[in-house]
Design a protein. Sequence first.
Length: 90
Amino acid sequence: MPNRIYESMTSVVTATGWAVRVWWTTASFEVCFGENSMHGDIIETVRAHAANPESIRAALEAMDGAGANLAAFEIKDAYGNGGVIYPDWN
């Protein structure tokens, strides 16, 4: 079997109107859906920091710094405007 990199995606829409998608690297496709997935942690983190996009960004970057292996995350407003952040892979 060839080498593969698996990424799971979690999508959250906050009560304050921010739409956030987070991609994170995992060891297998099964982990994308299983009990070892990070969906709950990501959803909880985004909702707890939903006051503004800077707060969401800082919280997700802190998760990545703690070993979450985030591949990218996107933060958009209610109109679909926003940005994608790719953590430093160096």
